[in-house]
Write a protein that binds this ligand. Structure first.
Ligand SMILES: [Ca+2]
Ligand SMILES: [Ca+2]
Ligand SMILES: [Ca+2]
Length: 472
């Protein structure tokens, strides 16, 4: 609750006294309610967060089919359809053999016409005809949306799923070049893709892939290699610890990502072709990693290291990033950047700089270093709070912002919100009031334990060759 409506946020608006009174009223109402019913709040008074649906089981991602129909992923393997704000009772696809331990599961979705792409962790049995020799694999499939269900699965990409049960990545995006981008976490590996110069060769972990959405083959023009037999020919970026968010700037067409750190430094990055994010030698700005220079990294031909364009000094598990390609919030928010996190359930907002190569904070006395290293600085980039934990952010075709909330304190119980102008409240939009689903599937995730497990894993790795460990 430490980021709740800070004084800095309040004084940023014009009618201070009224807003302070309203903020106190909001704080009092939050205190009167139990945390399970805490409502998100938005710092900008002209905007409001409205509940679309609750009672969702461990939601990881959403994608819009059109302005009235949303596909939603539940981590254990269901693809659900939300039509006109109502959950359809039966999943449009129920996957078998999904491995959903810790951060594994049905993680990512993207839509291109009638093609729907899914990223899913599958258990070590033969799935879709692929013998797996007992290994958990992360796989990307293409399905066809026929209006009522997902049919005709086609395996596009077959990826490692371990040994770590965390850091699986999983977000998918189609770029303006009509290629499919896939972010894959490092899964506790320590190879050349994690910047170990003497480590094992590239193994499809800690990367962003760029592939042909028709068949999963490497896209032409990839930055590291164009050789058909070269395993790095499908990589767009590497050195990524873990990411739950990639998106394209609608103005420049460039890719950005959000990455989460171990205990220090979450990041937002501009991902130029061949980007090396620096993990596991560097997290956050390289100057903050004692005794490390770019010569300590694995510098593949065609690659370049770059510092994040923004960092949080203390890791809060940032998740998704979304460019708001909409005028629904007025001109000042058009094509701005929203980022969420899983630990505090905070929605952050950033304005790109003039040439859209970074964040417009040059004139801020505390944030011109592009690092949020205090609660006040975190609050200065906070847009909204109270979303329990955020797993996805999407802009609807009709221009509103949707936030997918995942409550780790309540076994992954999820909610879907949308943010819209306060003047267009629920009663004038035609959106039905929130309903309680007929049947609520008991959550079966163990996210709390998973987090403890991840912490234990990260601590266990403390003696590994990780230069970040000196930072705390
Ligand atoms: Ca980095
Ligand atoms: Ca700072
Ligand atoms: Ca998203």
């Amino acid at each position: 609750m430490k980021h709740l409506l800070s004084s800095k946020m309040i004084t940023g608006s014009s009618s201070g006294v009224l807003i302070i009174v309203l903020a106190i009223a909001v704080l009092l109402s939050l205190q009167l309610n139990s945390p399970a019913f805490a409502q998100p709040s938005i710092g900008e008074p002209s905007l409001t967060a409205e509940l679309v649906l609750d009672g969702i089981s461990s939601p990881t991602s959403i994608a819009f089919l059109d302005e009235n129909n949303i596909l939603l992923l539940e981590k254990e393997g269901s693809v659900r359809l939300i039509s006109n704000g109502q959950f359809q009772p039966e999943p449009v696809l129920q996957l078998a053999g999904v491995e959903s331990n810790n951060e594994r599961g049905l993680l990512g979705i993207e839509v291109m016409g009638n093609n729907v792409f899914l990223y899913v962790s599958e258990s070590g049995t033969q799935v879709e005809g692929i013998p797996t020799a007992g290994d958990v694999r992360n796989r990307v499939y293409s399905y066809t949306w026929d209006g009522t269900s997902l049919t005709n699965p086609q395996l596009l990409v077959d990826l490692p799923g371990g040994p770590g049960t965390n850091h699986q990545g999983g977000k998918l995006k189609i770029g303006p070049d009509n290629q499919l981008y896939i972010v894959v976490g490092e899964m506790q590996r320590e190879g050349q893709l994690q910047n170990f110069q003497s480590g094992p060769p590239p193994d499809d972990t800690g990367v962003i892939l760029r592939v042909n959405p028709a068949d999963g083959s490497p896209s032409s023009g990839n930055p590291l290699s164009g050789e058909p037999s070269d395993p790095i020919n499908k990589y767009y970026a590497y050195g990524i610890r873990n990411s739950f968010g990639i998106d394209f700037d609608p103005v420049t067409g460039k890719l950005w990502d959000a990455e989460n750190g171990e205990d220090v430094f979450d990041e937002v990055n501009l991902v130029e072709p061949g980007f090396n994010s620096g993990w596991k030698t560097v997290m956050g700005p390289i100057a903050a990693n004692t005794g490390v220079s770019e010569s300590n990294l694995v510098n593949m031909p065609g690659s370049q290291y770059a510092d994040p364009v923004f960092s949080w000094a203390e890791s809060i598990g940032v998740t998704d990033i979304e460019f708001f390609n909409s005028t629904a919030f007025g001109p000042s928010y058009e094509d701005g950047i929203f980022v969420g996190d899983i630990t505090t359930g905070t929605l952050f907002y950033f304005e790109p700089n003039g040439d859209r190569t970074g964040i417009n904070l040059e004139s801020d006395p505390l944030l011109s270093d592009l690092i949020a290293d205090s609660d006040d600085e975190t609050s200065a980039v906070t847009f909204g709070t109270g979303f329990t934990g955020i797993t996805d952010i999407e802009t609807s075709p009709d221009g509103n912002l949707y936030i997918l909330a995942f409550d780790r304190e309540a076994e992954g119980q999820g909610s879907l919100y949308r943010i819209l102008p306060t003047s267009e409240g629920a009663t004038s939009t035609g959106v039905p009031p929130p309903t309680t689903p007929d049947t609520v599937t008991p959550p079966v995730t163990d996210e709390g334990e998973a987090e403890a497990e991840e912490d234990a894993e990260d601590e266990a790795n403390g003696n590994s060759d990780n230069n970040n460990d000196g930072e705390d």
